[in-house]
Design a protein around this ligand. Sequence first.
Ligand code: SF4
Length: 338
Amino acid sequence: MIKNFSQRLAVWQKQYGRHELPWQRQGGYATWVSEIMLQQTQVQVVVPYFQKFIQEFPTISDLASASLDSVLAHWAGLGYYTRARNLHKAAKIIVSDHHCEIPKDLDLLVQLPGIGRSTAGAILSLGFGLRGVIQDGNVRRVFSRLFCIQGDLSKATAQKILWELADQLTPKSGPDACIHTQAMMDLGSIVCRRRKPTCQLCPFADDCQANQRGEVMLFPEPNRVKQRPDETWVVLQLENERNETLFLRRPPEGIWGGLYAPHIDSSLSKIGEQIKTVDVLEAEYQGELTHAFSHFKVHLEHYRLRVHSQDITEVGMWRSIDRLKKGVPGPINKLLNI
Ligand code: SF4
């Protein structure tokens, strides 16, 4: 084990860590919202979304009593909408079962939708100043390099080792545990970066096994996630006599679940099977863009068809594309405005 790890890390954090993030020292609710937003999303992207979200839903009761539409609208652009749906569900549970108070207990926290063990650890330590152990992507990467942990880090054997290390290295109590959590996150994102780590600035350069062996870039081993083949999606914008576009609510589960978008399918004829009242093959091509999801890319092709509202029987909202921005997936907004 590395000597005086948490003390040395705390000294480093004080001098070089991040101290001005808008969710820091703002309590459990702000920590929880930020932690959920930060899953799969970078800090600089999250900051403006976090600020607007907290302005709109300043308390747990505000979030719980808001409509899902409104929550999703404030999430639009951040992606991974299941996170927003879970946040909303969990807020309702906190209001109904926990008297509007986020539980300060690991076992109760992990029962809430969208909160895993690491997020719960972050809420406890960063939000409440209690002991909480985390193991996010940054921590995994730092540990895999410090201790040369091989193999797929998402597998049970590696997970066990990583959680044991995280537990052993986290101070046993109080405010030190809180600093430790922030410091681990900072070390991973400022110094021990995935690409181009700056080992010469690392407080553990002499302890780090991967650095000593000159094998830093071999850790962690890349995940062998199966890449889904790229797809083409046709987006058909039906536009009525008032220049309004028909937006349909997407099914709750799946990509862009619960958000509003024009018809989307793999081809115009597929969409035609759905809308039998007009000839979709007369639609005009408008342009395209490529959007990358985490494990596949989609080529979005945009077509527009002028119609009369009374010819369309499907239930949706006719809105001007300038007016309906919130609640529409970011790439669709971009595509419609090309
Ligand atoms: S020495 Fe380099 S690889 Fe090792 S923990 Fe520090 S930054 Fe990461």
